[in-house]
Design a protein around this ligand. Structure first.
Ligand code: CA
Length: 531
């Protein structure tokens, strides 16, 4: 009898483990199915189709060949919803599109055209807060009206007696704003009231919004302000970070039930020790620290710790979820553009692209980055418009004119770069093509190559698994600014990439700011590691 009970208990445990493991596996996108290269677009700035000077969905659809030519397989659109602001990060209606950008039909057509060209469409999902003009908030702030009772708790309201009242947010900003004799939480501004994610009705609304766009054909979401769902001093919680992660994990599970291929990435703009934990709730998070490592290395030309620092990040992510999908970028719409940071130096910009695109994970390219477009936050009357300037088409009929761009007058325009073999555009194109041709570059492990040089930094990418043939790649950057290259390692194989124009690799030296990629015989791997 006792034996039967033990067998029974073991059986229960096995069933539990199978079910639990299956559940865990299904929450996240499969790493080996995620080889997209994404392109981030500010719709207002990209391409105009109806000559009103404002970028629109049809402008993107009509220029789909541009992405195909570059090798892009995913487009991430910054907010597409109606909004009182030019940027759209305060939404008025989650079920419609901004009329400046076209109609819902135009958007659906864009999804169709993109899919016909094997390009995924990801949209910005800005649900931490709404616009203060959103009907939910207008109803919520008139909660004295019984008809609006339902919406009262859609947002977080306090009064002077509340323990949270007067306390500041994560960057010491005021988060409590006065209305209707009470105070509502607005983490980013009084025009962006925070939705109350402790209200099940609100959580249901967000699930419905996600479902709506997945049913339209959207392939993924970029989650804005993902770490502020339960904001500091906005809610009383023991572990806000874990609650934020749990919130997104539930969301991911819900979305995956609707589309099992959905790809969900969070903006968790903080230090890696915090955002690493979000791999426990999301397919991906943007790797902010990595972007700074690349940009600073490209800028200074020295970094003894380039490979080491990157490896340390990956180890941190591995501890949270071994099949995490990293998301790399150089700069985004909230940063000064890399071409401004690197003073328009095309060879350094090529190096930065080489550094980003030879690393694991899903790369995100900010529109115009491939052209060396410039832009920086100005001290004038504008906010971030100058980081989100009109894309520089040579064809003026496509070019958007909603903002006067004084940054990019001398930067070579898109069509011209496409026809210029040595252009930054064609470096991006070659690197994307190279990734596409290499399983190790797409999916392989990152293995450090030990270097005691401050300018010569390298690593291996190694794939070994059941799905594809084993492959070993060696990537070497001379991030230095001096032509006096240090000794390169004695590693020989098939050279599959070589920075054009500035390079001379002869197994001895690698000239300044250049990159070399070699395909090695995997059987020799032990030998190289022991060197
Ligand atoms: Ca237009």
């Amino acid at each position: 009898m006792k034996k039967n009970i033990i067998i029974f208990l073991i059986l229960i445990a096995v069933i539990f483990l199978i079910v639990f493991k299956k559940d865990e596996q299904n929450i996240f996108k499969e790493k080996y199915e995620t080889d997209d290269v994404y392109y981030q677009i500010f719709v207002r700035s990209f391409a105009d189709s109806d000559n009103d000077g404002i970028g629109d969905f049809n402008g993107i659809s009509q220029n789909i060949d541009y992405f195909v030519d570059l090798g892009i397989t995913g487009i991430y659109l910054m907010p597409i919803h109606p909004s009182p602001s030019y940027h759209g990060y305060d939404v008025l209606d989650y079920y419609d599109v901004n009329e400046d950008y076209g109609t819902l039909d135009d958007f659906e057509n864009l999804v169709t055209v993109a899919h016909e060209n094997e390009i995924s469409i990801m949209i910005d999902l800005v649900i931490n807060h709404t616009s203060d003009q959103h009907p939910w908030f207008l109803a919520s702030r008139s909660f004295h009206n019984d008809d609006h009772e339902k919406y009262k708790d859609y947002y977080t309201w306090t009064d002077e007696d509340d323990e949270r009242f007067g306390k500041l947010g994560a960057w010491n900003q005021n988060i409590w704003h006065s209305a209707s004799g009470k105070y509502y939480a607005g983490y980013f501004s009084n025009q962006m009231p925070d939705l109350n994610m402790q209200n099940d009705d609100v959580i249901e609304e967000i699930r419905n919004i996600g479902e709506y766009w997945l049913n339209i054909g959207v392939d993924g979401f970029r989650l804005d302000a993902a770490m502020h769902i339960y904001g500091k001093n906005e809610v009383v919680m023991d572990d806000r970070t874990q609650e934020n992660i749990n919130f997104w994990k539930e969301f991911s599970i819900d979305m995956r039930l609707i589309n099992e291929d959905v790809y969900i990435i969070g903006e968790v703009w903080t230090q890696s020790s915090v955002y690493a934990d979000y791999f426990g709730g999301l397919d991906s998070v943007f790797n902010f620290e990595l972007s700074d490592i690349i940009v600073n290395s490209a800028k200074t030309g020295r970094n003894d710790l380039y490979t080491y620092s990157i490896n340390r990040l990956y180890n941190k992510f591995d501890e949270v979820r071994p099949d995490y999908i990293d998301a790399t970028f150089l700069r985004n719409h909230d940063n000064d553009r890399i071409a401004t940071v690197l003073n328009g130096d095309i060879s350094r910009l090529k190096l930065a692209a080489e550094m980003q695109l030879m690393l694991p994970g899903v790369p995100f390219i900010y529109y115009g980055e491939e052209l060396g477009m410039k832009g920086a936050k100005s001290n004038g009357p504008y906010y971030d418009e100058t980081r989100r300037l009109p894309f520089i088409w040579a064809d003026e009929t496509k070019r958007t004119t909603w903002f006067n761009d004084s940054f990019n007058i001398d930067v070579e325009q898109a069509e011209l770069q496409q026809n210029d073999e040595d252009s930054l555009y064609n470096t991006y194109k070659k690197l994307i093509d190279l990734r596409d041709s290499s399983i190790a570059l797409k999916f392989g492990e990152f293995i450090s190559w030990e270097s005691d040089s401050s300018t010569l930094q390298g690593f291996f990418r190694y794939y070994s698994g059941d799905s594809y043939e084993e492959e070993l790649i060696f990537v070497l950057h001379n991030i230095g600014k001096s032509d006096t290259a240090e000794l390169a390692p004695d590693i020989t194989g098939e050279i599959i990439y070589f920075s054009k124009g500035i390079n001379n690799y002869n197994n001895v030296s690698l000239s300044k700011g250049s990159t070399l990629v070699i395909r090695l015989n995997p059987e020799d791997f032990e030998t190289y590691l022991n060197k």
